[in-house]
Each structure stands twice: as C-alpha cells, then as structure tokens.
Design a protein around this ligand. Structure first.
Ligand SMILES: Cc1cc2nc3c(=O)[nH]c(=O)nc-3n(C[C@H](O)[C@H](O)[C@H](O)COP(=O)(O)OP(=O)(O)OC[C@H]3O[C@@H](n4cnc5c(N)ncnc54)[C@H](O)[C@@H]3O)c2cc1C
Length: 381
C-alpha cells in the first residue's frame, strides 16, 4: 500500500486550504470528506463571509489577516474566479473592546480606516440608526469573500496540483504510529502525518484519540431580511458591519444585500448548543425573537420578519482562539479546530500553518495562543 505524505480529514475551508498548500508544495496529499460535495452540513457553506483586518484588541489576527488578503488574491488568480469584493466593514459600539482596540491596532499597522461620529454615519449610511454616543470605525480594506466559490476554488486547484479528493468517505478511526493508519467507511490508508480539520465533528473524532477539548458546537441562524426599498442596502452603498455587544452581550454581524436580491444578511453571533449530527433539532426561536427586536431598532428600512433562515454551525473554544497544534501524544497528528465563528477569512494562513506543522517545519507565527496546552486544566489529555 502506498503511503501518503499527508492525509487531511475534512474538506471545509480549513482542510481544503491546508490540502491545497500541501499539494502546491508537491506533497502526496489525500483530502477526505464524509459527505458528498458540495454540502451544507458543516460551517463553510453559503455565499459570503466577512473579511477584515479590524480585529479589536486581538492584534495577532490583524497580523495574520495582512497575509491572508494577498493569499486570497493568489487563489483568485489560480482559479480564475473573483472571490473578494471590497465593501468596507463598519464596527459600531459604545466603548466595547472591539471598537476600542481596533483604532490603535489599525493605526499601528497602517491600515486605512476612519473614525466617524453619529452625523457622519447618518450622511454615509442613512439606512441605519444607532445611538448618538456610539463609536463608529470603518475598516476601509474589508469586504466579503464569496464563500462557496472560495471553497470550490481551493478544492479544484488542489486537484490541479495533483491532490486526491475523496468525498462521501467518512473517517472512522485514526490509528497512531510512526506512520498513521486512517480507516474510512470504505478504505484503509497509511500516511506519514494526518491533519484533522473536521469542524464541529472534532467533538466526536478527537475523543477516539484520547483528546477531549472544551469545544461547544452552536447552531447559527443565518437570517436574511427584506429591504423595504430594493437596493437600499446593496454592496455599492452599504458595508459589512459588526457590533460586539449588541444583544445581551452577544455580537451581531451583517453584510449587504448581495447573496439574494433584496435581502440583507444580519445574524446573531450565537445560538443553541447542538450535536452536529442532529443540528436541526435545536429550538432557535429565541434567536429570531432577539434579532427581530434588533432589526426594528437599528434597521428601520428592513421588514420586521426574516424572509429566509438558513443554518450553519460554530465550533467555539472557551477563549474563541483557534486550536492549531499537534496532538499532545503523537507529533504526526495535527489538529485544526475551534474556529469559533471567525475562521473563514484566515483560512489561507491557517492552511499554511497546519502545513508547516504537518511537514515538521517551524511555524511562521507565534503559536502560543493556539496551543492545546492552554486548556490543560480542563482537557482530559
Ligand atoms: C453563519 C456563519 C457565519 C460566519 N461568518 C464568518 C465571517 O463572516 N467571517 C469569518 O472569517 N468566518 C465566519 N464564519 C466562520 C467560518 O465559516 C468557520 O470558522 C469555518 O468555515 C470553519 O471551517 P472548518 O473547515 O473548520 O469546518 P467545516 O466547514 O465544518 O469543515 C469540516 C469538514 O469536515 C468534515 N468531516 C467531519 N468529520 C469527518 C470525518 N470523520 N470524516 C471525513 N470528513 C469529516 C465535515 O463534513 C466538514 O465538511 C461563519 C460561520 C457561520 C456558521
């Protein structure tokens, strides 16, 4: 049996980006996905994701985003698809850590941004209403990524670089060793190292490797609200936005009417905890109720009821930082997990880091924030 250099398990955006980087470096790479592709059961489906360099006080993500932007451009060139659209991102809030931390951080990194007051905001975006004492910060470099196109582009380009992608093949067991065994629903493979980027299913696969991380899977309601006047919140007029402490301390984010004509995506950054295999059983009526009140207060030119509700999942770590590390007992088992609802935009850099770990190279960034070790008091290692 031939031995792969690396097997990547899970073809969401993090696994697909990792597999692409490995194949691009000429490594014999297999990417395995449990569901037939494309699918909408994980965290990477849908038409758009917000991308930005504004990251509040979390400067290490701003630094990673400075590399992510040109890496997305590389993928655009290689795939021939337009993936990024610039819209800007408006952070709104009253003295929260995000608006407070964003300005000095963007300033330090020379990233174009504007701090606006209520009157300036009303001139620029008369279709929103926030309190007069709020702070408004516009990250001019931000925009939206065409998520489905980005995912497909990584997978197609991976194949073009010689990678093998097998979908509809669930990984059942990982057998550690000098070479790692990977047993799926239909095959048994061997590889020098394995990267596990299984999204919400990390809660199911990792315990089989004696690793239980404090991850929480949330069902997120992706809500689309109809414009009273079509085009009012179009991408040429309205930015993406983020309010950190919008509703009972939960954040709210949104993007212009781009995905479905006349509909604006505005969502709560939280939801009920679920099992990823029975995601749709959870009751999310409280999310819809909270969001209806938010829309009535801040978006007077949208209709009061959501027109469409779709579903996605977050895999939250307790500190919302990613987990990018080796298994504590086996160096050739690499884990990328806990992307906590903000991992799409950074996927090119995540893929680069997971590739470096899989190939036993020193990572290009300080990995302290992403280590499993930080959960040592909670995790059953
Ligand atoms: C509503 C919503 C809005 C978001 N907005 C943003 C945003 O604006 N900006 C941003 O940066 N991020 C955003 N995110 C977060 C981002 O989308 C996620 O962090 C990212 O998609 C996580 O990707 P993943 O590859 O880890 O997970 P997934 O996409 O879930 O991929 C994991 C894959 O592994 C497969 N798998 C699992 N178990 C197995 C197995 N045993 N064998 C084989 N395959 C397996 C799954 O089927 C799945 O395809 C948002 C997420 C949601 C839900």
């Amino acid at each position: 049996m031939a031995i792969y250099d690396v097997i990547v398990v899970g073809a969401g955006i993090e696994g697909s980006s990792t597999a692409y980087q490995l194949a691009k470096q000429g490594k014999r790479t297999l990417l395995l996905e449990q569901f037939p592709l494309p699918h909408s059961r994980g965290s990477s489906h849908g038409q758009t994701r917000i991308t930005r360099k504004a990251y509040g006080e979390l400067e290490y993500y701003t630094v990673m985003m400075k590399e992510a932007f040109p890496l997305w451009e590389t993928l655009e060139r290689e795939s021939g698809r337009k993936i990024f659209r610039k819209t800007g991102m408006l952070a709104v809030g009253s003295g929260d850590a995000f608006t407070r931390g964003t300005v000095p951080c963007l300033h330090r990194h020379g990233i174009p941004h504007r701090v606006l007051d209520y009157h300036q905001i009303k001139q620029l975006y008369p279709m929103i209403e926030y309190p007069r004492d709020y702070t408004f910060v516009l990250d001019d470099s931000a925009g939206i990524l065409m998520a489905d196109k980005a995912l497909l582009s990584y997978q197609e380009t991976f194949r073009r670089f010689g990678g093998e992608l097998r979908d509809g093949e669930k990984v059942l067991d990982i057998i550690p060793g000098d070479t790692v065994g990977v047993r799926t629903s239909s095959h048994h493979y061997r590889t020098h190292s394995v990267v596990l980027t299984v999204g919400a299913w990390a809660t199911k696969l990792l315990p089989k490797l004696q690793l239980t991380l404090p991850l929480k899977v949330l069902r997120i309601s992706v809500l689309y609200w109809r414009e009273k006047v079509a085009g009012r919140y179009g991408a040429d007029k309205f930015p993406t936005f983020y309010e950190m402490k919008a509703v009972d301390n939960y954040a709210v984010f949104g993007s212009p009417s781009e995905e479905y004509p006349g509909l604006v995506k505005i969502c709560l950054h939280w939801g009920p905890e679920v099992d990823p295999d029975s995601r749709d059983k959870a009751d999310d009526s409280w999310v819809i109720d909270k969001m209806k009140r938010y829309i009535a207060r801040h978006f007077p030119e949208l209709e009061a009821e959501p027109a469409i509700a779709e579903t996605c999942m977050y895999t939250m770590s307790p500190d919302t930082d990613f987990i990018l590390d080796r298994h504590p007992s086996w160096r050739n088992i690499i884990i990328g997990a806990g992307f906590s609802g903000h991992g799409f935009k950074i996927a090119p850099v995540v893929g680069k880091l997971l590739t470096e770990l899989a190939l036993n190279k020193s990572p290009s960034y300080d990995m302290t924030k992403f280590r499993i070790q930080r959960f040592q008091h909670n995790a059953k290692l």
